[in-house]
Design a protein around this ligand. Sequence first.
Ligand code: CTP
Length: 446
Amino acid sequence: MTRVITYGTYDLLHQGHINLLRRAKELGDYLIVGVTSDSFDRGRGKLNVRNNVLERVEAVKATGYADEVIIEDYLGQKIDDIQKYDIDIFAIGSDWVGKFDYLNEYCKVVYLPRTEGISSTQLRAESQVDYRIGIVGSGRIANRFVPESKVVNGALVTAVMNPDKEAGEAFAKQHELTPYTDYDAFLHEVELVYVASPHLTHYDYVKKALLANKHVLCEIPFVLAKDQALELYKLAEERNLVLLEASKTAFCPAFGHIVTLVKSGIIGEVVDVKSSLSKMVPPPTRELDANQAGGAMNEHGPLTLLAIIKLLGVDWHDVNFHSKMDNGVDIYTQGVINYPHATSSFTVGIGVKTEGNLVISGTKGYIYVPAPWWLTDFFEVRYEDQTKNKKYFYSYDGDGLRYEIQEWLSMIVNQRRSCYKLRPGESAAIAELIGKYRNHENVTEI
Ligand code: CTP
């Protein structure tokens, strides 16, 4: 009996897939089809797959060609499968010619003719409704947002708003957008709003956008006080709108997996979280300007606090901060946040360099995420018995903003108003801690 195996995503199953499966089946007597898992696809940069893995498996089964369907979940799995299932022929479409020659060591590799003129990518593009996105602000992060949005289906940046006419026009020219200096006119033109303006303007821009019934993605720091955060989330809820804090780490695949592994008890009970983030900034820059809410805490507090809040929750017990100041801004802050059952601490720097790692300690082991942990693509789970240690690798594509943009659009399309990756309550808790710091509560200068 000749056993054949083939793999694919099989999103929006089409005639090309059916032809390929028929040809693969004709090569032997028994056909196994490997369908990629959702997390495997996300991990390899396929962000826009429409059907979930169950739907895709059902679609493959419905063709009648597969004798068995398996899930492909990790890099290198093909070699394992070929040996495990005693495969004679590995078959794949001709778009992959040469790419799988390395499997010749284990079985025969056959590249089958691909059906011209159809693909899942093409079908997704044809059925896609684009949302017109407007960006408020035209600084560094806004510049990164435009190219990142291009890899997310449905995201179409059309406009930029900046009261500084010259800066807005230069940005608009560079990215082929319409510039606005009038916020009302801008809100009239766009469907979704990404707020990437100076920190102190976030609250007003977000509120006005929500009042104009626009879904909003707001850069970090979202707002600098808890009551503002709660007010805006309430407003979004009342108007059935999506309001999401653009805390990019929260949405990247590796960080999400760290949170789920920790919650599933892989390192036992969590007893301590330590997160650190530093980026040196040469003057003059807004990060070093007290009048523009500069300082290490405002810049990097949102991400270091994200790790603590996601892993230990919002019910902390006490907090204190120690800061090194320069010209009215903290160039370094250390914070200690204690919970009834755990401790945590963070350090942030814009004029002091620290090792930017994340360490989560538990009663059975710990997770080590090396610097820069906030752009997570790798982490290791470590135990006393080192033979049990396990390393996890992920892709972190581009500037990483694509993950939050994809989540934002997916929430809008699927009418989800809250996202488990960053709940409004968690975002408000981060704003609360930043607000306490800004009010000089338990802050000691060193
Ligand atoms: N395939 C094919 N002819 C097509 C499209 C796909 O023969 N027109 C084959 C691929 O070569 C592969 C299998 O179908 O062997 C599954 O491919 P998959 O990546 O799921 O399909 P695509 O339509 O190419 O998907 P995408 O556009 O998302 O890459």
